[in-house]
Write a protein that binds this ligand. Structure first.
Ligand code: V55
Ligand code: FE
Length: 487
Protein backbone atom coordinates (compact mmCIF):
# COMPACT_ATOMS: atom_id res chain seq x y z
CA UNK A 1 0.00 0.00 0.00
CA UNK A 2 1.26 3.43 -0.90
CA UNK A 3 0.92 5.85 1.99
CA UNK A 4 2.71 9.21 2.15
CA UNK A 5 1.15 10.31 5.43
CA UNK A 6 4.44 9.70 7.30
CA UNK A 7 6.09 12.46 5.26
CA UNK A 8 5.10 15.74 6.92
CA UNK A 9 6.48 17.90 4.11
CA UNK A 10 4.93 15.90 1.24
CA UNK A 11 1.63 17.77 1.45
CA UNK A 12 -0.33 20.14 -0.75
CA UNK A 13 1.74 21.29 -3.69
CA UNK A 14 4.63 19.19 -2.39
CA UNK A 15 2.90 15.83 -2.38
CA UNK A 16 4.38 13.50 -5.01
CA UNK A 17 2.88 13.94 -8.49
CA UNK A 18 3.26 10.24 -9.49
CA UNK A 19 2.04 10.36 -13.08
CA UNK A 20 3.26 10.85 -16.63
CA UNK A 21 1.50 13.41 -18.80
CA UNK A 22 1.13 14.86 -22.26
CA UNK A 23 -0.41 18.26 -23.00
CA UNK A 24 -0.64 19.30 -26.64
CA UNK A 25 -0.78 23.03 -27.37
CA UNK A 26 -0.50 24.28 -23.80
CA UNK A 27 -2.57 27.15 -22.46
CA UNK A 28 -0.50 30.36 -22.68
CA UNK A 29 -0.94 33.91 -21.43
CA UNK A 30 1.01 36.63 -23.29
CA UNK A 31 2.86 35.67 -26.45
CA UNK A 32 5.68 33.16 -26.90
CA UNK A 33 8.42 34.68 -29.12
CA UNK A 34 8.26 32.87 -32.46
CA UNK A 35 12.08 32.52 -32.62
CA UNK A 36 12.06 30.34 -29.48
CA UNK A 37 12.41 27.05 -31.32
CA UNK A 38 13.71 24.19 -29.23
CA UNK A 39 13.18 21.96 -26.24
CA UNK A 40 13.37 22.85 -22.56
CA UNK A 41 14.18 19.65 -20.64
CA UNK A 42 14.05 19.50 -16.87
CA UNK A 43 14.72 16.84 -14.26
CA UNK A 44 12.62 16.52 -11.14
CA UNK A 45 12.59 14.46 -7.95
CA UNK A 46 9.34 12.59 -7.28
CA UNK A 47 8.78 9.62 -4.95
CA UNK A 48 6.90 6.74 -6.57
CA UNK A 49 7.05 4.92 -3.23
CA UNK A 50 7.67 6.70 0.09
CA UNK A 51 11.27 6.54 1.36
CA UNK A 52 12.17 3.89 3.93
CA UNK A 53 13.43 6.41 6.48
CA UNK A 54 11.66 9.52 7.75
CA UNK A 55 14.85 11.63 7.66
CA UNK A 56 15.66 10.69 4.06
CA UNK A 57 17.05 13.38 1.74
CA UNK A 58 14.76 14.44 -1.13
CA UNK A 59 17.83 13.93 -3.36
CA UNK A 60 17.01 10.21 -3.36
CA UNK A 61 13.54 10.52 -4.91
CA UNK A 62 12.86 8.92 -8.29
CA UNK A 63 13.92 10.80 -11.42
CA UNK A 64 11.22 12.43 -13.51
CA UNK A 65 11.89 14.26 -16.78
CA UNK A 66 9.75 16.85 -18.48
CA UNK A 67 9.91 18.62 -21.81
CA UNK A 68 8.42 21.88 -23.04
CA UNK A 69 8.75 21.80 -26.84
CA UNK A 70 8.62 25.34 -28.26
CA UNK A 71 7.89 25.80 -31.96
CA UNK A 72 6.20 28.69 -33.84
CA UNK A 73 4.85 30.26 -30.68
CA UNK A 74 3.26 27.01 -29.50
CA UNK A 75 4.31 24.75 -26.63
CA UNK A 76 3.68 21.03 -26.20
CA UNK A 77 4.44 19.40 -22.83
CA UNK A 78 5.42 15.85 -21.94
CA UNK A 79 6.55 14.38 -18.62
CA UNK A 80 7.43 10.89 -17.37
CA UNK A 81 9.50 8.96 -14.87
CA UNK A 82 12.99 7.86 -15.81
CA UNK A 83 12.72 4.05 -15.92
CA UNK A 84 15.94 3.19 -14.15
CA UNK A 85 16.70 -0.37 -13.05
CA UNK A 86 15.93 0.79 -9.53
CA UNK A 87 12.53 2.09 -10.62
CA UNK A 88 11.72 -1.16 -12.46
CA UNK A 89 12.69 -3.29 -9.44
CA UNK A 90 10.47 -1.23 -7.18
CA UNK A 91 7.49 -1.40 -9.51
CA UNK A 92 7.95 -5.18 -9.76
CA UNK A 93 8.04 -5.44 -5.95
CA UNK A 94 5.28 -2.80 -5.54
CA UNK A 95 7.20 -1.08 -2.74
CA UNK A 96 10.30 0.87 -1.75
CA UNK A 97 13.33 -1.43 -1.75
CA UNK A 98 16.10 1.13 -1.30
CA UNK A 99 17.42 2.72 1.85
CA UNK A 100 19.34 5.90 2.49
CA UNK A 101 20.74 8.26 -0.12
CA UNK A 102 23.89 6.62 -1.49
CA UNK A 103 24.02 3.91 1.17
CA UNK A 104 23.39 0.44 -0.30
CA UNK A 105 24.04 -1.11 3.15
CA UNK A 106 20.56 0.10 4.07
CA UNK A 107 18.83 -1.50 1.06
CA UNK A 108 16.54 -4.51 1.24
CA UNK A 109 18.61 -7.73 1.01
CA UNK A 110 17.21 -8.71 -2.41
CA UNK A 111 18.61 -5.57 -4.06
CA UNK A 112 21.64 -4.99 -1.82
CA UNK A 113 24.70 -4.81 -4.07
CA UNK A 114 27.55 -3.16 -2.23
CA UNK A 115 30.07 -3.77 -5.01
CA UNK A 116 28.11 -1.82 -7.61
CA UNK A 117 26.75 1.28 -5.87
CA UNK A 118 26.10 2.94 -9.24
CA UNK A 119 23.37 0.51 -10.17
CA UNK A 120 20.97 2.03 -7.63
CA UNK A 121 21.01 5.51 -9.20
CA UNK A 122 17.76 7.44 -9.62
CA UNK A 123 19.05 9.50 -12.63
CA UNK A 124 17.25 12.56 -11.24
CA UNK A 125 19.48 15.62 -11.53
CA UNK A 126 20.37 17.18 -14.92
CA UNK A 127 19.35 16.59 -18.56
CA UNK A 128 22.73 16.33 -20.33
CA UNK A 129 23.39 16.42 -24.08
CA UNK A 130 26.43 14.46 -25.26
CA UNK A 131 27.24 13.40 -28.82
CA UNK A 132 23.72 14.24 -30.07
CA UNK A 133 22.08 12.14 -27.35
CA UNK A 134 20.01 13.11 -24.31
CA UNK A 135 20.78 11.68 -20.88
CA UNK A 136 19.30 11.77 -17.39
CA UNK A 137 22.20 12.01 -14.93
CA UNK A 138 22.94 11.61 -11.26
CA UNK A 139 26.38 11.73 -9.73
CA UNK A 140 26.07 8.33 -7.99
CA UNK A 141 25.83 6.22 -11.16
CA UNK A 142 26.04 6.14 -14.94
CA UNK A 143 23.56 8.16 -17.01
CA UNK A 144 20.42 6.85 -18.67
CA UNK A 145 19.81 7.70 -22.31
CA UNK A 146 16.37 9.12 -23.08
CA UNK A 147 14.47 9.50 -26.34
CA UNK A 148 14.54 13.30 -26.84
CA UNK A 149 10.95 13.40 -28.14
CA UNK A 150 9.00 10.67 -26.30
CA UNK A 151 11.21 10.82 -23.16
CA UNK A 152 11.23 7.02 -23.07
CA UNK A 153 14.17 5.58 -21.16
CA UNK A 154 16.36 3.72 -23.64
CA UNK A 155 19.29 2.23 -21.67
CA UNK A 156 21.98 2.95 -19.12
CA UNK A 157 25.10 4.25 -20.88
CA UNK A 158 28.40 2.41 -20.37
CA UNK A 159 30.46 4.34 -23.00
CA UNK A 160 31.55 1.06 -24.53
CA UNK A 161 33.56 0.27 -21.40
CA UNK A 162 35.85 3.30 -21.87
CA UNK A 163 34.41 5.26 -18.94
CA UNK A 164 36.59 4.24 -16.00
CA UNK A 165 34.30 5.25 -13.18
CA UNK A 166 31.19 3.79 -11.58
CA UNK A 167 29.77 7.30 -11.50
CA UNK A 168 29.18 10.20 -13.90
CA UNK A 169 28.60 13.78 -12.77
CA UNK A 170 25.31 15.64 -13.17
CA UNK A 171 27.34 18.76 -14.08
CA UNK A 172 29.61 18.16 -17.05
CA UNK A 173 30.68 21.42 -18.69
CA UNK A 174 30.40 22.25 -22.38
CA UNK A 175 33.13 24.45 -23.86
CA UNK A 176 31.15 26.72 -26.21
CA UNK A 177 34.19 27.38 -28.43
CA UNK A 178 35.49 23.85 -28.97
CA UNK A 179 32.29 21.85 -28.39
CA UNK A 180 34.22 19.67 -25.93
CA UNK A 181 32.41 18.33 -22.88
CA UNK A 182 34.45 18.01 -19.68
CA UNK A 183 32.93 15.35 -17.43
CA UNK A 184 34.04 13.37 -14.39
CA UNK A 185 33.08 10.75 -11.89
CA UNK A 186 34.02 10.83 -8.21
CA UNK A 187 33.97 7.91 -5.81
CA UNK A 188 35.03 6.49 -9.15
CA UNK A 189 36.17 3.05 -7.99
CA UNK A 190 33.42 2.57 -5.42
CA UNK A 191 31.67 3.81 -2.30
CA UNK A 192 33.60 6.47 -0.37
CA UNK A 193 36.68 6.07 -2.63
CA UNK A 194 38.97 9.09 -3.04
CA UNK A 195 39.58 8.71 -6.75
CA UNK A 196 38.27 10.98 -9.50
CA UNK A 197 38.09 10.11 -13.20
CA UNK A 198 38.18 13.27 -15.34
CA UNK A 199 37.50 13.06 -19.03
CA UNK A 200 37.04 15.23 -22.12
CA UNK A 201 34.63 14.23 -24.89
CA UNK A 202 34.98 15.79 -28.34
CA UNK A 203 31.94 17.31 -30.07
CA UNK A 204 30.99 13.92 -31.57
CA UNK A 205 30.83 12.35 -28.11
CA UNK A 206 34.10 10.38 -28.43
CA UNK A 207 36.53 10.32 -25.49
CA UNK A 208 39.47 12.59 -26.32
CA UNK A 209 41.53 12.43 -23.13
CA UNK A 210 41.20 11.29 -19.54
CA UNK A 211 43.07 11.28 -16.25
CA UNK A 212 42.69 9.87 -12.74
CA UNK A 213 43.74 11.39 -9.46
CA UNK A 214 42.97 11.29 -5.76
CA UNK A 215 41.41 14.13 -3.79
CA UNK A 216 42.61 15.03 -0.24
CA UNK A 217 39.44 13.50 1.24
CA UNK A 218 36.19 12.19 -0.21
CA UNK A 219 33.59 14.92 -0.38
CA UNK A 220 30.61 15.72 -2.58
CA UNK A 221 32.03 16.97 -5.89
CA UNK A 222 28.71 18.11 -7.26
CA UNK A 223 29.81 20.74 -9.77
CA UNK A 224 32.95 22.00 -11.50
CA UNK A 225 33.85 24.96 -13.70
CA UNK A 226 36.06 25.16 -16.77
CA UNK A 227 38.21 27.90 -18.24
CA UNK A 228 39.93 27.80 -21.64
CA UNK A 229 42.91 26.18 -19.86
CA UNK A 230 41.80 24.77 -16.52
CA UNK A 231 39.18 22.69 -14.74
CA UNK A 232 38.31 24.00 -11.27
CA UNK A 233 36.98 21.38 -8.85
CA UNK A 234 35.71 22.69 -5.51
CA UNK A 235 35.18 20.46 -2.48
CA UNK A 236 33.74 21.40 0.89
CA UNK A 237 33.04 19.99 4.37
CA UNK A 238 30.79 17.03 3.56
CA UNK A 239 32.55 13.78 4.46
CA UNK A 240 31.84 10.08 4.19
CA UNK A 241 33.54 6.76 4.93
CA UNK A 242 32.87 3.06 4.55
CA UNK A 243 32.51 2.84 8.35
CA UNK A 244 29.80 5.47 8.29
CA UNK A 245 27.97 3.66 5.49
CA UNK A 246 28.28 0.25 7.20
CA UNK A 247 26.78 1.84 10.31
CA UNK A 248 23.69 2.54 8.20
CA UNK A 249 24.02 6.31 8.08
CA UNK A 250 23.22 8.82 5.35
CA UNK A 251 26.14 9.09 2.93
CA UNK A 252 27.29 12.59 3.94
CA UNK A 253 28.00 14.21 7.28
CA UNK A 254 29.22 17.78 7.84
CA UNK A 255 32.75 18.07 9.28
CA UNK A 256 33.72 21.72 9.82
CA UNK A 257 37.32 20.74 10.56
CA UNK A 258 37.74 19.77 6.89
CA UNK A 259 37.14 23.33 5.56
CA UNK A 260 37.26 23.51 1.71
CA UNK A 261 39.68 22.55 -1.05
CA UNK A 262 40.06 23.36 -4.73
CA UNK A 263 41.82 21.49 -7.52
CA UNK A 264 43.07 23.54 -10.46
CA UNK A 265 43.55 20.94 -13.16
CA UNK A 266 45.19 21.65 -16.55
CA UNK A 267 42.64 20.77 -19.23
CA UNK A 268 43.55 17.64 -21.14
CA UNK A 269 46.86 17.62 -19.26
CA UNK A 270 48.65 15.62 -16.66
CA UNK A 271 47.32 14.85 -13.17
CA UNK A 272 50.80 15.57 -11.72
CA UNK A 273 50.36 19.25 -12.69
CA UNK A 274 47.25 19.74 -10.52
CA UNK A 275 47.53 22.66 -8.09
CA UNK A 276 45.66 22.26 -4.80
CA UNK A 277 44.31 25.24 -2.88
CA UNK A 278 42.61 25.52 0.50
CA UNK A 279 39.90 27.79 1.89
CA UNK A 280 37.79 28.17 5.04
CA UNK A 281 34.66 26.14 5.96
CA UNK A 282 32.20 26.74 3.15
CA UNK A 283 29.15 25.13 1.58
CA UNK A 284 29.68 24.82 -2.16
CA UNK A 285 27.09 23.23 -4.42
CA UNK A 286 27.06 24.93 -7.85
CA UNK A 287 29.39 27.18 -9.81
CA UNK A 288 28.47 30.10 -12.07
CA UNK A 289 31.58 30.32 -14.26
CA UNK A 290 35.37 30.45 -14.29
CA UNK A 291 38.14 31.89 -16.47
CA UNK A 292 41.93 32.03 -16.60
CA UNK A 293 43.91 35.25 -17.00
CA UNK A 294 47.68 34.95 -17.08
CA UNK A 295 48.55 32.80 -14.09
CA UNK A 296 45.34 33.53 -12.22
CA UNK A 297 42.16 31.49 -12.26
CA UNK A 298 38.87 33.12 -11.24
CA UNK A 299 35.75 31.27 -10.11
CA UNK A 300 32.38 32.97 -9.53
CA UNK A 301 29.92 30.92 -7.51
CA UNK A 302 27.27 30.97 -4.80
CA UNK A 303 28.82 30.06 -1.43
CA UNK A 304 27.70 29.90 2.19
CA UNK A 305 29.79 30.04 5.37
CA UNK A 306 28.48 26.75 6.76
CA UNK A 307 26.19 23.78 6.14
CA UNK A 308 23.25 24.37 3.78
CA UNK A 309 22.01 20.75 3.83
CA UNK A 310 19.40 20.14 6.57
CA UNK A 311 19.49 16.39 5.95
CA UNK A 312 23.31 16.02 6.15
CA UNK A 313 24.03 16.10 9.91
CA UNK A 314 27.02 17.59 11.69
CA UNK A 315 29.36 14.68 12.54
CA UNK A 316 30.39 16.47 15.74
CA UNK A 317 26.75 16.62 16.89
CA UNK A 318 26.22 20.36 16.32
CA UNK A 319 22.68 21.59 15.69
CA UNK A 320 21.78 22.50 12.12
CA UNK A 321 21.60 26.22 11.36
CA UNK A 322 20.91 27.20 7.76
CA UNK A 323 23.59 29.34 6.13
CA UNK A 324 22.70 31.60 3.21
CA UNK A 325 24.43 31.69 -0.17
CA UNK A 326 25.85 34.88 -1.62
CA UNK A 327 27.61 35.32 -4.95
CA UNK A 328 31.36 35.37 -4.47
CA UNK A 329 34.58 35.34 -6.45
CA UNK A 330 37.52 33.08 -5.66
CA UNK A 331 40.95 33.90 -7.06
CA UNK A 332 43.63 31.24 -7.39
CA UNK A 333 47.12 32.61 -8.00
CA UNK A 334 49.16 29.87 -9.67
CA UNK A 335 52.38 31.89 -9.16
CA UNK A 336 51.91 32.10 -5.42
CA UNK A 337 53.74 29.73 -3.10
CA UNK A 338 50.74 29.95 -0.79
CA UNK A 339 47.90 27.43 -1.06
CA UNK A 340 45.15 29.76 0.18
CA UNK A 341 42.66 31.24 -2.29
CA UNK A 342 41.31 34.78 -2.08
CA UNK A 343 37.57 35.24 -1.55
CA UNK A 344 35.52 38.32 -2.34
CA UNK A 345 31.73 38.76 -1.90
CA UNK A 346 30.40 40.24 -5.17
CA UNK A 347 26.80 40.73 -4.03
CA UNK A 348 25.59 40.35 -0.45
CA UNK A 349 21.98 39.56 -1.44
CA UNK A 350 20.95 36.08 -0.18
CA UNK A 351 20.26 33.76 -3.11
CA UNK A 352 19.78 30.04 -3.80
CA UNK A 353 22.67 27.93 -5.07
CA UNK A 354 21.12 27.60 -8.57
CA UNK A 355 23.17 30.18 -10.48
CA UNK A 356 23.27 30.11 -14.27
CA UNK A 357 24.90 32.32 -16.91
CA UNK A 358 24.60 32.87 -20.65
CA UNK A 359 26.31 29.55 -21.44
CA UNK A 360 27.99 31.00 -24.57
CA UNK A 361 30.34 32.71 -22.06
CA UNK A 362 31.39 29.64 -20.10
CA UNK A 363 35.23 29.56 -19.81
CA UNK A 364 35.49 33.36 -20.43
CA UNK A 365 34.67 36.42 -18.29
CA UNK A 366 30.89 36.88 -18.08
CA UNK A 367 28.83 39.95 -17.27
CA UNK A 368 25.58 38.45 -15.97
CA UNK A 369 24.61 35.84 -13.38
CA UNK A 370 21.01 34.63 -13.05
CA UNK A 371 19.56 32.92 -9.97
CA UNK A 372 16.24 32.58 -8.14
CA UNK A 373 15.92 34.07 -4.65
CA UNK A 374 13.41 35.02 -1.95
CA UNK A 375 12.45 38.70 -2.20
CA UNK A 376 11.19 39.38 1.34
CA UNK A 377 9.72 42.74 0.37
CA UNK A 378 7.06 40.95 -1.69
CA UNK A 379 3.76 39.56 -0.42
CA UNK A 380 3.26 35.80 0.04
CA UNK A 381 -0.18 34.26 0.08
CA UNK A 382 0.51 30.79 1.37
CA UNK A 383 2.71 28.79 3.69
CA UNK A 384 5.52 26.33 3.24
CA UNK A 385 5.31 22.95 5.01
CA UNK A 386 8.98 22.94 6.08
CA UNK A 387 8.80 26.41 7.63
CA UNK A 388 5.43 28.20 7.53
CA UNK A 389 7.09 31.59 8.10
CA UNK A 390 9.64 31.23 5.33
CA UNK A 391 9.48 33.39 2.24
CA UNK A 392 9.62 31.28 -0.92
CA UNK A 393 11.96 31.85 -3.87
CA UNK A 394 9.50 34.16 -5.58
CA UNK A 395 11.92 36.10 -7.81
CA UNK A 396 14.66 35.80 -10.41
CA UNK A 397 17.74 37.98 -10.08
CA UNK A 398 20.01 39.17 -12.82
CA UNK A 399 23.30 40.35 -11.34
CA UNK A 400 25.32 42.69 -13.55
CA UNK A 401 29.00 42.36 -12.67
CA UNK A 402 29.94 45.36 -14.79
CA UNK A 403 27.70 47.84 -12.94
CA UNK A 404 27.43 45.97 -9.64
CA UNK A 405 23.65 46.18 -9.81
CA UNK A 406 20.79 43.70 -9.65
CA UNK A 407 17.48 43.64 -11.51
CA UNK A 408 14.75 41.20 -10.68
CA UNK A 409 11.57 39.55 -11.88
CA UNK A 410 8.80 38.68 -9.38
CA UNK A 411 6.81 35.58 -10.35
CA UNK A 412 3.74 36.10 -8.15
CA UNK A 413 2.47 36.11 -4.57
CA UNK A 414 1.77 32.36 -4.35
CA UNK A 415 4.69 31.28 -6.49
CA UNK A 416 8.00 29.45 -6.12
CA UNK A 417 10.58 29.68 -8.89
CA UNK A 418 12.93 26.95 -10.01
CA UNK A 419 16.37 27.30 -11.62
CA UNK A 420 16.38 29.74 -14.58
CA UNK A 421 17.79 28.83 -18.00
CA UNK A 422 19.12 31.51 -20.37
CA UNK A 423 18.44 31.28 -24.12
CA UNK A 424 20.11 33.74 -26.52
CA UNK A 425 17.76 35.71 -28.79
CA UNK A 426 19.89 34.58 -31.73
CA UNK A 427 23.21 32.71 -31.89
CA UNK A 428 25.15 35.97 -32.39
CA UNK A 429 23.24 38.23 -29.97
CA UNK A 430 25.33 39.99 -27.29
CA UNK A 431 25.72 38.45 -23.83
CA UNK A 432 22.46 38.58 -21.91
CA UNK A 433 20.31 39.45 -24.95
CA UNK A 434 17.71 36.70 -24.85
CA UNK A 435 15.18 34.97 -22.67
CA UNK A 436 15.01 33.34 -19.28
CA UNK A 437 12.86 30.25 -18.89
CA UNK A 438 11.91 29.29 -15.36
CA UNK A 439 9.16 27.04 -14.10
CA UNK A 440 7.03 28.11 -11.20
CA UNK A 441 4.97 26.27 -8.60
CA UNK A 442 1.68 28.16 -8.34
CA UNK A 443 0.58 27.17 -4.80
CA UNK A 444 -2.78 28.95 -5.10
CA UNK A 445 -3.87 27.37 -8.39
CA UNK A 446 -2.02 24.09 -7.57
CA UNK A 447 -0.44 23.98 -11.00
CA UNK A 448 2.94 24.31 -12.66
CA UNK A 449 3.68 27.28 -14.90
CA UNK A 450 6.60 28.22 -17.11
CA UNK A 451 7.55 31.89 -17.16
CA UNK A 452 9.16 33.24 -20.35
CA UNK A 453 11.03 36.38 -19.28
CA UNK A 454 12.83 38.94 -21.44
CA UNK A 455 16.37 38.81 -20.02
CA UNK A 456 17.08 42.45 -20.93
CA UNK A 457 14.03 44.16 -19.39
CA UNK A 458 13.42 41.34 -16.83
CA UNK A 459 9.71 41.46 -17.65
CA UNK A 460 7.38 38.59 -18.45
CA UNK A 461 6.59 37.89 -22.10
CA UNK A 462 4.47 34.78 -21.67
CA UNK A 463 3.45 32.13 -19.18
CA UNK A 464 2.76 28.53 -20.13
CA UNK A 465 0.18 26.93 -17.86
CA UNK A 466 -0.06 23.24 -17.04
CA UNK A 467 -3.37 21.98 -15.64
CA UNK A 468 -1.59 20.05 -12.85
CA UNK A 469 1.30 20.19 -10.38
CA UNK A 470 4.84 19.25 -11.34
CA UNK A 471 7.24 17.82 -8.78
CA UNK A 472 10.17 20.09 -7.83
CA UNK A 473 12.78 20.62 -10.51
CA UNK A 474 16.47 20.17 -10.00
CA UNK A 475 18.10 21.38 -13.27
CA UNK A 476 16.97 22.30 -16.77
CA UNK A 477 18.65 22.38 -20.20
CA UNK A 478 17.69 24.11 -23.45
CA UNK A 479 18.31 22.22 -26.71
CA UNK A 480 17.81 23.16 -30.34
CA UNK A 481 17.62 21.04 -33.49
CA UNK A 482 21.40 21.52 -33.78
CA UNK A 483 21.86 19.66 -30.48
CA UNK A 484 19.31 16.85 -30.71
CA UNK A 485 17.03 15.26 -33.34
CA UNK A 486 13.88 17.08 -32.23
CA UNK A 487 10.49 16.19 -33.69
C1 V55 B 1 22.38 17.92 -5.56
C2 V55 B 1 21.29 17.25 -6.09
C3 V55 B 1 21.30 15.87 -6.11
C4 V55 B 1 22.37 15.18 -5.61
C5 V55 B 1 23.46 15.85 -5.09
O1 V55 B 1 21.57 20.13 -5.94
C6 V55 B 1 23.45 17.24 -5.08
C7 V55 B 1 22.44 19.38 -5.52
C8 V55 B 1 19.08 15.70 -7.01
O2 V55 B 1 20.26 15.09 -6.58
O3 V55 B 1 22.35 13.83 -5.59
FE1 FE C 1 23.21 20.52 -9.30
Amino acid sequence: MVDFSRMPHAVGYFSPARFGAEVLDCEVTGAIPAELDGAFYRMHVDWLYPPKFDDEASLSADGYVSLFRFKRGIVDYRGRYVRTDRFARQVAARRQLYGYYRNPYTDDPEVRNIGAPGERTTANTTPVILGGKLYATKEDGLPYQLDPNTLETLRQEDFGGRWQSQTFTAHPKLDPRTGELVAFGYEASGLAARDVFLCTFDRTGAIESSMRFEVPYTTMLHDIAITERHVVIPGSSLVTSLERLREGKIHWGWDRTRESYYAIVPRGGDARAIRWFRGPERSIVHTANAWSEGNKVYLDLPMADGNTWPFFPDIHGGAFAMHANTIRRLTFDLDSGDDRCREQVLFDREVTSFTRIDDRFLTRPHRYVYVQFADRSRPFRGSLPEDPRAQPNNSLARFDLRTGSMSSFFAGDAHILQEPCFIPRSPGSPEGDGYLLATVHNLAAMRAELAVVDAVSMTELARVILPFRNPSQVHGTWATERDLPLA
